[in-house]
Design a protein around this ligand. Sequence first.
Ligand code: NAD
Ligand code: FES
Length: 281
Amino acid sequence: MYKILRKKELVPNIYQMDIEAKRVAKSALPGQFVIVKVDERGERVPLTICDYDREEGSVSIVFQTLGASTKKLAEKEAGEEIRDFVGPLGNPSEVVTEEAEKLKEHRIVFIAGGVGTAPVYPQVKMLKEKGIKVDVIIGTKSKHTLILEKEFREVAENLYICTDDGSYGYHGLVTEKLKELLDDGEKNYDLCVAIGPMIMMKFVSRLTKEYQLKTIVSLNPIMVDGTGMCGACRVTVGDEVKFACVDGPEFDGHLIQFDEAMRRQSMYKSQEGKKTIEKEQ
Ligand code: NAD
Ligand code: FES
């Protein structure tokens, strides 16, 4: 059993929980994920690690209440326990494991979308600790759904906040802001890392391909075992079939077959959810 040390509602329906999980905290690195099971009969929910404290032996997760399992998780309070907290799973992020000297040659831009903003934070924080300056573009529906702004202001060289409704920062999608920066020419980025909804990663990758800007995306498809055995997280990368849980979660955004990945994700959604995805594609 794993104790919930702290629980905070960052904005309505998006929660941060710090979980006591000493073994996970000891070896966790940015980019990796955990699979959480609230109770004996609960579903397995994959969640990207958002932070960790090796001394305290805790790992932070951020999640949105979307289905029954995340709602159940959100109902738990600090001091209570959850059944399973398996990890760290997947490979650590390519950029944070790269040597600092090599990274200094890069001009990196991170694109963080919605709840996907949370897993971007430990990567940018670790790069800052290595002395690497990076720009961050956050996209969110409105001012009221924006998370971790204060934390990002402390670690990003330049922070661009975009809202879909124009209630704060730049009025528009992350792709529009990124295009502006790329056209501006001053930035000369040579690496882009995008984490957020699949549709955002698809369009960021489509844009950066035009600019020949190397792009890494972090996929969070449906996962069951998280160990490469069940095939639930299958994704086509170039002409190869990969499993996000063991081969990823990071992949070259220019090689992912996003439409297929989105179709697979929607297999578990309601008819209504499927129609929205088909419309967006
Ligand atoms: P959202 O719908 O608020 O989108 C976030 C931003 O993405 C928007 O503000 C916009 O700038 C950009 N965006 C959206 N559609 C776009 C398009 N068609 N073209 C260009 N840009 C676009 O995000 P949300 O509701 O917080 O998203 C939740 C989703 O994020 C869930 O599906 C969840 O699975 C996913 N998620 C992914 C990760 C990951 O590791 N990849 C982590 C957490 C959550
Ligand atoms: Fe089963 Fe990846 S979750 S193979």
